[in-house]
Design a protein around this ligand. Structure first.
Ligand code: PLP
Length: 394
């Protein structure tokens, strides 16, 4: 048996562990009495165009039209539609041949890391707090994962720490904005500073350092805030996108990799992505959902629901005395644990049937993450329980 895989299989992520705990509690005492904030499973239904398109596709199908293999990078039609949609939104000039359809962001990231790295000394950096699976994905590609410590004041990029960590083995840095778990959208100023720093380091080391944008939350931004299109700020950028959150389709596994032609060695990088997808056995992205995206690339689920939930939860918890990072995007609230050890706080919260994820796994200590992609009644009903919980600290 492969020890590493055995370990991965046997040790579920804490999020999954807690999700299973919630499930058990819901069966025992009733779903409405458990306040489960563990999973980033969209609570808002897909846009109605998604369901209409699926129905239409099923009604008009020929034997192989919906479920057959597509070419490995995806159908031309869907890639053309996505390229045009991106060009319209970001003033770019992408072509269908810059896009590779994948089974969601997780697949996009695994493929990109495998394509970009060759030896164990190759390093991929992520910025804390971060999506825990990055470490698994990078290490499975055979490379080294390194974490840039968080800027605990702003949760933006910690430049002094980042600068110390960049070296000639750095192949890429992952940028996830809007961020899971902090909800922060990195400012354009910070991203420009990052671009300048990487350009300087590329010259110093004589090779490309890529930004890998992990963008499943690109469409979930509040208060009219804009999420910067990073390839427009830094040429050596690869985008890993997913429709899991924007169209509420996480179980359908559909997303893409964008390798802009401007990126260093873009042709080889694109080919290496195809190679990595082949080596991982992805074959092609789900055929039916490639067709769905052809029709739905420019719509999203109703993000107003998440905005309402953000306000309910943020206002409710801060009123009780919790300190929270104000979320600008995504659907997570990062809450400071009232005791130093977030794991102890998580255990204490369980007594009130509140299930939250301690932040240690996200690379920051002393916080918990609440996924507020839940019904608003869950939030409203949870607040008295939070109030009782907070009393323990007063
Ligand atoms: N990246 C981040 C930051 C995420 O939060 C998630 C899922 O929650 C993923 C990637 C994986 O998304 P997908 O379902 O598209 O594989």
């Amino acid at each position: 048996m492969n020890e590493k895989m055995l370990n991965l299989g046997n040790n579920r992520s804490i999020i999954r562990e807690l999700f299973e705990f919630s499930k058990g509690q819901k069966e025992k005492i009733g779903a409405d009495k458990v306040y489960d904030f563990t999973l980033g499973n969209p609570s808002v239904p897909p846009h109605k165009l998604v369901d209409e398109t699926i129905k239409e596709l099923l009604d008009t199908q020929t034997p192989s039209s919906n479920h057959g293999y597509t070419s490995a990078p995806g159908d031309n039609e869907v890639r053309d539609v996505i390229a045009k949609d991106l060009n319209k939104r970001f003033g770019t000039n992408y072509k269908l041949t810059d896009l590779y359809m994948t089974c969601g962001a997780a697949a996009s990231l695994c493929i990109t890391f495998r394509a970009l790295t060759e030896k164990p000394t190759d390093e991929i950096l992520a910025i804390a707090p971060y999506f825990t699976e990055y470490k698994v994905f990078v290490e499975s590609a055979g490379a080294t994962f390194k974490l840039v410590p968080a800027d605990l004041k702003t949760f933006e990029i910690n430049f002094p720490e980042l600068e110390k960590m960049l070296n000639k083995n750095t192949k890429a840095i992952i940028v996830n904005s809007p961020n899971n778990p902090s909800g922060v959208i990195y400012s354009e100023k910070a991203l420009k500073q990052l671009a300048e720093l990487l350009e300087k380091k590329e010259k110093e080391y004589g090779h490309a350092i890529y930004i890998v944008c992990d963008e499943p939350y690109r469409e979930i931004a509040y208060d009219g805030l804009k999420v910067a299109h990073i390839p427009s700020l830094y040429k050596d950028t690869v985008v890993c996108y997913s429709y899991s959150k924007s169209l509420s389709l996480p179980g359908e596994r559909i997303g893409y990799i964008l390798v802009p032609q401007q990126a260093a060695d873009s042709k080889d990088l694109y080919a290496a992505c195809l190679g990595a997808g082949r080596a991982y056995g992805y074959v092609c992205a789900p055929s039916l959902f490639q067709k769905v995206i052809t029709k739905c690339a420019s719509v999203t689920s109703d993000m107003n629901e998440y905005a309402k939930n953000r306000d309910l939860l943020y206002n409710g918890l801060t009123k009780i005395g919790f300190e929270c990072v104000y979320p600008q995007g995504a659907f997570y609230l990062f809450v400071k644990s009232p005791e130093e050890d977030a794991n102890k706080f998580m255990e204490r919260a369980k007594k009130y049937n509140i299930v939250v994820v301690p932040s240690d796994g996200f690379g920051v200590k002393g916080y918990v993450r609440l996924a507020y992609c839940v019904s608003s009644s869950t939030i409203i009903n949870s607040l008295p329980a939070f109030e009782e919980l907070m009393k323990e600290y007063k």
